[in-house]
Design a binder for this molecule. Structure first.
Ligand code: F6P
Length: 413
């Protein structure tokens, strides 16, 4: 068996290749394997060239100068990967679109003594793809352009890649991955590859570097013990949002995911303002449990005016569905879908923050814990603390952290 491995990422832009490459790289590294990622896009951004890569024309197959530069970048990364493997490296990950057979052949030819495995990333989820395109169009590379022009340019870039895309077929060792669902769609492995079982595990296992699960600050409805609605934060709630902003000021958070409700956006806004830069992405999947006919009522009013609801919900809170509304059980699918979006949209090695609601946060937390369903609607979800979650093959951490009393964490994460 060959002892060194070259993983070649394949896929159109915005299909989650780099996130998958980082997840593979970081986890193999934690296993003690000497691994390095060679990313063509990053090298292009580092090189000081005259080419304007925010213009889609740079990626046109008809643009000889652009093509030449991209080939040079690919060669440089291949040479660096060769040197890395020569000097004791064990796994090199070639992170680029690698959409043509010619490109893939040139990589294979450069590593005749190493095992090669192609990982092709697909994402068939239109909504997640669209959100990812919007996020990418906001990147530094496009800062000279308006958001609409940036998106247009990025879509054109993808169309150029699509026009030359040759899917994997003759390559001996290949895995087709749905990067949104973190699952393997097809695999064809002809050789005995080093670390292969581990690679399969990593692709399909969720790894969480740092997830900060925050409940929104106090609202007028909270104060009156009312459920649902779309109430604003109280002064105390705004103070809590500011305290969170202060607490996280030195912790890098590039994206904050919220629901569509004002209370989560009002909590996230001061936090985002203390970050540079930070975008807020509102996901309807994280909207609070819908109370149906009870929406806007206090728990006491429900007991008085709709005793049948209170009686039925009490003993069976997880499975109970509010008339014309939702229950914990019926939220499962949408909350899990929201989480998949979060992991797809967030760069693998960046911290993640979700500002959600009491019931939604319980569902999010429970998706990482093995809890009996009856316990989930009673998970403690206070407004003066947040959950800090870390999960990798070597560690599982769930801690409830108070944010008011403690000063800025000074780069703890
Ligand atoms: O009271 C705040 C709230 O987020 C309501 O909007 C929601 O109905 C409720 O919490 C969920 O908690 P429980 O399931 O314990 O009633």
């Amino acid at each position: 068996m060959k002892r060194k491995l070259v993983i070649v990422m394949v896929g159109l832009p915005a299909r989650g290749k780099s996130t998958m490459a980082r997840k593979l790289g970081r986890t193999l590294e934690l296993d003690g394997i000497k691994v390095r990622i060679f990313n063509n896009g990053e090298l292009r951004r580092k090189l000081d060239t005259d080419e304007d890569a925010s213009s889609s024309e740079f990626f046109s197959p008809a643009n000889a100068r652009g093509k030449d530069l991209r080939e040079r970048i690919s060669r440089q990364n291949i040479e660096e990967a060769q040197a890395f493997l020569r000097d004791g490296g064990q796994v090199a990950i070639m992170d680029a679109s690698n959409v043509t057979r010619e490109r893939r052949r040139s990589i294979a030819a450069a590593f005749p003594d190493q095992a090669l495995c192609y990982v092709e990333c697909l994402n068939a989820d239109e909504e997640a793809l669209e959100a990812n395109l919007e996020r990418k169009a906001g990147l530094k590379e496009f800062q000279r352009l308006s958001p609409e022009k940036a998106l247009e340019s990025f879509l054109k870039r993808i169309a150029y890649y699509e026009s030359i895309y040759e899917p994997l077929d003759s390559e001996a060792n290949r895995i087709l991955v749905d990067s949104f669902d973190s699952c393997i769609l097809q695999e064809q492995i002809a050789d005995v590859l080093p670390y292969y079982d581990r690679i399969r595990d990593i692709i399909t296992t969720r790894v969480v570097r740092n997830l900060f699960l925050v409940r929104h600050g106090e609202t007028h409805y909270n104060r009156e013990d009312r459920i649902g609605g779309d109430s604003d934060l109280t002064d105390k709630g705004l103070e809590q949002a500011n305290a969170l902003a202060e607490h996280f000021a030195t912790v890098r958070i590039p994206i904050i995911f919220t629901s569509n409700y004002k209370r989560t956006l009002q909590t996230a806004t001061p936090i985002a303002e203390r970050q540079d830069p930070c975008s807020i992405i509102a996901l309807p999947e994280f909207n609070e449990i819908h109370g149906g006919v009870c929406d806007g009522m206090t728990y006491e009013e429900i007991r008085q005016k709709m005793p049948h609801v209170a009686r039925a919900r009490g003993p069976n809170k997880y499975r109970y569905i509010y008339p014309e509304g939702e229950g914990y059980k019926t939220m499962e699918d949408r909350v899990h879908r929201g989480l998949k979006k979060v992991f797809f949209l967030n760069n693998y090695d960046e911290n993640i923050m979700i500002v959600g609601h009491r019931a939604v946060n319980r569902m999010i937390l429970s998706s990482f814990l093995s809890r009996q369903e009856e316990e989930i609607p009673y998970i403690y979800m206070p407004q003066d603390r947040y959950y800090h979650i870390q999960i990798d093959p070597h560690k599982r951490l769930f801690e409830l952290v108070p944010y008011k009393s403690s000063p800025s964490t000074g780069g703890r994460w």
